[in-house]
Design a protein around this ligand. Structure first.
Ligand code: ADP
Ligand code: MG
Length: 630
């Protein structure tokens, strides 16, 4: 709720609408308590008094009635009728929509054709016809306005309900044996209510106008009762001679409707989850960089190097240090594994390379990313865009989520290429088929015309890899590309990546939480914990003799095929939350050999034998010499 109000307050126009509307509603509520003249008492001696007259602040109308009093009472009535009409229309319309959308089939057909019939009549004509049939009067005007708005709500809500009625959680509720009524009330309705509120907030103003329109025509409130429409209607004949009688209610209608509409738009923006992450806080095209101090120097002869990279999330007054000073370097043709528990900062590290961390809330606060010596942190967006997908490309975990469901995979491959160079359709198609062959998709010629949903998970991930290969990149960053696949398909995908690396000299940064995968694919491995590298070195050396207690504990969690009845160990405790990192070693609270010294100051990533580094004061294995490591 406070989040909603904050979003609303950020929209200045909506805030203005809210303030004006609150004042008007407050005034309307306290009208009976105010020392106002009786709005209906005529006094023909004082006809058409101008505004600011003695005893009549806004003047009087053609029957000498006090305009200020009539305005207040009239506004009160118009608001009440408009809001009631909106609530009635929303309730009935939503009920119709939910029932039609939930049951579908014939029920849906019958109900919606009825609604269509209502919609076939022009809006105001229908309202007029209803009032004509029921007879003039405020109550009948209210019924007419509510009735003509029911189809709008019914259509909207039905559309939303159809989408929800086939979601898994509704199926789960059905399987659990819940009755239809219960499912509608507890599963469907809560998901629909925001839409109802949004639709209502954007139509209340319109309904107030419609009611005023009917009253203006003499079909709504009956004399002497004042509402904004009837005041305007009665003032019509004196429009030229005594314009203030028209201007007073006219201005009020304008202010009310404008305030409601501005507020309604604001409510819609603040409630709509899609707009929440879009219109009001649209992520920037590249991660925000707020780097204090010098960029660290580039390491020698590396293709891609991260130097002391720091990425944080600034959420309200909290700072999440997701990446807290990471050094990594990747040579051409090398595969580097990045391993760590879920939440250790692997994905944020990977996304930081190309400035893909969403900002807000992400900020790169320090360090550098060198691609062949060129620092990419804070590089202009055009530079990053030219590199993304062309020299550095990504493979993500869930290929069903990264492929567009409505385009053929071939077209998506062509698009990946054409965003970096011009390519004709025939050439593109041939290239797409070639790419699919490269990732060993059988029948590439026909598969190129498949949609993502027509492929299996393994096949889709191959398409993901083909897309990453589309522009012959130098580096591929693979973020848990096999986590969603079963083991046999995982093995195929890993073999494929390994072959591609050897054939084309690709450098791969392979992110995983699985030591088996690292052993199969990676030359070197870096172990990450709470946003920092705790150990790094050649894969064999680390797998044979882990030096950091965290690495050894992680490996003890992995079951071994044919390893006999070894006791599997779980690491006690949980990883720290990255907005409250402990001083010293972040792993110390869970470590079985940690000492008091571990909790004091910063612990450096020190060399530990041949090509290895470890961030630990008490490594579990002694450093091995160059010869011993061979
Ligand atoms: P993983 O190693 O599983 O890939 P991530 O890199 O996705 O982990 O996340 C690293 C840390 O960053 C986590 O502690 C996560 O809570 C935090 N984080 C990620 N995205 C956000 C965000 N938008 N706002 C705040 N914290 C975030
Ligand atoms: Mg991740």
């Amino acid at each position: 709720m406070s989040g909603f109000l904050r979003l609303l307050a950020r929209n200045k126009l909506a805030l203005g609408g809210l303030i004006v509307m609150s004042m008007i509603v407050l005034l309307a509520l306290i009208t009976p308590l105010l020392p106002l003249a009786d709005p209906d008492v005529t006094n023909t001696a004082d006809r058409f008094l101008p505004p600011f007259s003695e005893g009549a602040f806004l003047g009087t109308d053609h029957l000498g009635r006090d305009l200020l009093s009539r305005l207040m009472w009239g506004t009160r009535l118009s608001l009440a009728v408009g809001f009631s009409a909106a609530v009635i229309a929303a309730t009935i319309g939503a009920a119709i929509g939910v029932i039609a959308g939930y049951y579908g089939g014939r029920t849906d057909n019958v109900i919606m054709r009825g609604v269509d019939m209502l919609m076939a009549f022009p809006y105001i004509l229908l309202a007029l016809a209803i009032v004509a049939a029921l007879g003039p009067g405020l109550m009948n005007a209210l019924i007419a306005v509510a009735a003509v708005n029911i189809p709008f709500f019914a259509r909207n809500i039905r559309g939303i309900t159809v989408g929800i009625a086939h979601k898994e959680f509704v199926d789960a509720a059905k399987l659990a044996g819940l009755s239809d009524a219960k499912i509608i009330l507890t599963e469907v309705l809560p998901n629909v209510i925001p839409v109802i509120v949004i639709a209502m907030s954007t139509t209340v103003g319109w309904m107030i106008l419609e009611t005023a329109g009917l009253s203006f025509l003499g079909l709504g409130s009956q004399p002497p009762q004042a509402d904004l429409g009837s005041m305007l209607g009665e003032a019509r004949s004196a429009l030229i001679t005594n314009p203030h009688t028209s201007i007073v209610p006219g201005l009020m209608i304008l202010v009310v409707v404008m305030a409601i509409n501005l507020l309604g738009d604001g409510v819609r923006d603040a409630l709509d989850p899609r707009l929440k992450s879009g219109a009001l806080s649209r992520p920037m095209p590249a991660t925000r960089v707020d780097r204090t101090g010098e960029a660290p120097p580039a390491p020698e002869d590396s293709l891609l190097a991260l130097a002391d990279l720091r990425t944080q999330f600034h959420v309200k007054d909290r700072v999440y240090k997701a990446v807290g000073g990471v050094d990594l370097s990747l040579k051409p043709g090398e595969c580097l594994g990045l391993i760590g528990e879920s939440g250790s900062g692997k994905s944020v590290t990977a996304l930081s390379v190309m400035g893909l961390v969403a900002s807000p809330p992400g900020v790169v606060t320090g360090g550098a990313v060198y691609l062949e010596g060129e620092d990419l942190v804070g590089a202009p967006y055009e530079v990053l865009r030219a590199i993304r997908g062309k020299r550095v490309s990504y493979i993500f975990q869930d290929p069903l989520a990264t492929l567009h469901p409505l385009y053929k995979v071939g077209d998506q491959l062509i698009e990946a290429v054409s965003s970096h160079r011009r390519i004709s359709r025939t050439e593109g198609r041939a290239h797409a088929i070639d790419l699919l062959k490269r990732v060993r998709i059988p029948n590439a010629e026909s598969r190129v015309d498949s949609y993502p949903h027509e492929m299996s998970g393994g096949m889709r991930q191959r398409v993901g890899i083909a897309m990453a290969l589309a522009n012959d990149p130098d580096v591929i960053i693979a973020d848990e590309p096999t986590t969603a696949l079963d083991v046999t398909v995982q093995a195929q995908v890993l073999t494929l990546l390994d072959d591609l690396r050897r054939e084309r000299g690709l450098a791969i940064l392979f992110i995983t939480h699985d030591f088996g995968v690292v052993a199969q694919l990676c030359d070197r491995v870096a172990v990450m914990y709470a946003g920092r590298i705790v150990e790094e070195g050649p894969t064999d050396a680390i797998l044979n003799a882990p030096a950091h207690p965290y690495t050894s504990k992680l490996m003890a969690c992995v079951p071994e095929l044919g390893g006999g009845q070894r006791q599997l160990e779980a690491i006690p405790g949980l990883p720290p939350v990255v907005d409250k990192l402990p001083k010293g070693c972040a792993f110390a609270p869970r470590c079985h050999i940690g000492t008091e010294a571990c909790r004091q100051g910063d612990i450096p990533l020190d060399p530990h034998g041949a090509g290895r580094r470890v961030r630990c004061l008490t490594p579990v294995t002694a450093p091995q010499s160059e010869e011993a490591a061979q």
